[in-house]
Design a protein around this ligand. Sequence first.
Ligand SMILES: [Zn+2]
Length: 198
Amino acid sequence: MSEAGDPSALWHDGWYRPARALPSPNFGPRPVGAQIDLVVLHSISLPPGEYGGDAVQQLFTNQLDWEAHPYFQTIRGIEVSAHFYVRRDGALWQFVSCDARAWHAGASSWRGRDNCNDDSIGIELEGLEGLLFEDAQYATLADLCPHLAQQYPIAFVAGHEHIAPGRKEDPGPGFDWARLRNELGWEAARFPPPTAQR
Ligand SMILES: [Zn+2]
């Protein structure tokens, strides 16, 4: 059976086999009965705008040397994570089982529900809000999202900027929502309204 025809071959306890796994301690249980129906897209790079290093992986595993760069001291001590991280070359990393609650969204609200960490899957794109993303990153999203939707009742995709407006701006105006929607072939109602897309 092909991978596409047997989703169970792609998943193990919420871990997506095609991703490179690097377990983070920054997670907790989801509320009982959580409907995991939202994908939240983020952007991150450490230091901001510098790509290709391993500081993000270090941050998500509480291994970052806060003294290694002046910017790191502005985020000293934070404990965060995401389920996935998509490098500029499209390489996919996973830090938290999708069955668990990763710490990526903070105070947030979407589709009438607060605390989006409870019932969402967080995907960080290596990048900087306001700048463009790579073809390879869209390709990885276009591959990952349908597999997520096979395993979880994914109904919506939104950016951190949409679920925490005024507080967060990622992934920002450089992210092409129409492109993602077209590549996934999902209806527009599953995405932020065009007025919220920039
Ligand atoms: Zn974010």
